[in-house]
Ligand binder design. Structure first.
Ligand SMILES: Cc1cc2nc3c(=O)[nH]c(=O)nc-3n(C[C@H](O)[C@H](O)[C@H](O)COP(=O)(O)OP(=O)(O)OC[C@H]3O[C@@H](n4cnc5c(N)ncnc54)[C@H](O)[C@@H]3O)c2cc1C
Length: 383
């Protein structure tokens, strides 16, 4: 059996890992010109971490993780307004760069990746699927997997235009990593955030000389600005704390990640021999904080169903995969929409309420309940 996987990100690479071990021949297609190192910090936990453990990836994840010992808020002068210590006994979280998670998965995958290309056309019948790439080559396979993220090209070609599937959550998000030993020491292994109504900026140290930055801004217009770095400087440059310094060196894409915050709700996850995987069909958004975990879990579930399938008709396996994933994804998406008003509060009153909540949550006993409530379901996926 042969699969073409479009998108060599978290979901696509995790699926390639499984399919190769099940004897499939796998080819990957990636739009980026080379392996994507850049990115942002993610908290990896829940079913994805469970799956990664069963895949034998925990030792490598331990090597690349950057533990966070505290989360808290500061004001424009850098003064701390609320904090919560992260302790043993909370739901286990591995904090790491998205690129490092992708690399840990990719290290154990042999499938060739065609960088700098994407899918131009798809034709399929009962016997197989033919994929034409933008580099002019044609490839035949038993299955085409669209693991190409929120703005999936495979989804557009096979299922319809993006606006049918994407729910805009009214915010823009940006992230990048800067090299700065002094700032990294000042912020330390503590996730520090500054919020004013409709804006949030967060930072934490990645090792000894890097700092990961995250920016969130309420914006009714989903269109991404022509100069995202200038837009960040305009909106966040006057807020104080470390922001004028870090924004002075703000890179442009691709080192700067900048996008709309969206969720993806696709009525159908497969059509014949084409299946969607990861953010392409189940994006939960950073408000839910579970996307990478669910991407790795979905690859586990899809691979399991494909292993159990007879070689001819893959449709029942693809249907079972979607039926197992959908309820968990819907739960996490709903959690993300409920969490949204607390991540980038819309008023000073809400910001004060959030600080009080965090102070209450830091009381002994309440801290564990609070932290574990941020980790909705999904463990039952990995059986
Ligand atoms: C700022 C931010 C913070 C986040 N924090 C967390 C967190 O704390 N915890 C968590 O679990 N999740 C988090 N997420 C979500 C998580 O990053 C995603 O859900 C996860 O990366 C999804 O994996 P994926 O493989 O489906 O998509 P991606 O990781 O986006 O990979 C898609 C791949 O497809 C490629 N591609 C795109 N278009 C094409 C095309 N046309 N042709 C070929 N290739 C293409 C891309 O270059 C990429 O390599 C966060 C997301 C953001 C933006």
């Amino acid at each position: 059996m042969k699969a073409i996987v479009c998108g060599a990100g978290i979901a696509g690479t995790a699926l390639a890992w499984h399919l190769e071990r099940a004897g499939w021949d796998v080819e990957m297609v990636e739009r980026a010109p080379a392996f994507r190192e850049s990115g942002y910090m993610i908290d990896f936990y829940g079913p994805g971490l469970e799956a990664a453990g069963r895949m034998g990836l925990r030792p490598r994840l331990e090597e690349v993780r950057h533990p966070v010992h505290e989360i808290g808020y500061v004001d424009g002068s850098g003064r701390q307004t609320s904090r919560l210590a992260v302790k043993a006994g909370f739901a286990e979280v591995v904090s790491l760069l998205r690129g490092d998670l992708a690399r840990v998965l990719a290290e154990q995958v042999r499938a060739p990746v065609r960088y700098g290309t994407t899918v131009a056309a798809v034709r399929q019948d009962d016997e197989g699927v033919e994929v034409e790439l933008t580099d002019g080559t044609r490839h035949e396979a038993d299955l085409l997997v669209g693991a190409d993220g929120v703005h999936s090209r495979v989804r557009e070609l096979v299922f319809g235009p993006e606006e049918r599937f994407v729910r805009y959550l009214g915010h823009h998000v940006a992230a990048y990593v800067v090299e700065d030993e002094d700032l990294s020491r000042r912020v330390g292994a503590r996730y520090r955030m500054l919020t004013v109504p409709h804006l949030m900026a967060g930072a934490y140290a990645v090792g000894e000389n890097r700092l990961a930055l995250l920016f969130l801004r309420h914006e009714p217009d989903p269109a991404v600005p022509a100069d995202p770095a200038a837009s960040l400087r305009e909106h966040f440059g006057q807020l104080g704390w470390i922001l004028p310094e870090v924004l002075g060196g703000c890179p442009q894409p691709p080192e700067l990640y900048y996008d709309q915050v969206t969720q993806v709700e696709a009525p159908s996850w497969s059509s014949g021999r084409v299946v969607l995987l990861g953010d392409a069909c189940q994006a939960v958004s950073l408000f839910a904080g579970h996307g990478a975990s669910l991407a790795v879990a979905a690859a586990w579930v899809l691979a399991g169903e494909l292993r159990a399938a007879s070689s001819g008709d893959l449709s029942p396996a693809l249907d079972r995969y979607a039926a197992r994933m959908r309820p968990v994804v819907a739960d996490v998406q709903s959690f993300g929409r409920r969490f949204l008003p607390w991540m980038a509060p819309s008023s000073r009153l809400r910001i004060t309420a959030r600080d009080w909540l965090l102070r209450l949550a830091s009381l002994p006993g309440a801290d564990r309940l609070f932290m574990n409530s941020l980790s909705p379901g999904g463990h039952r996926l990995i059986t």
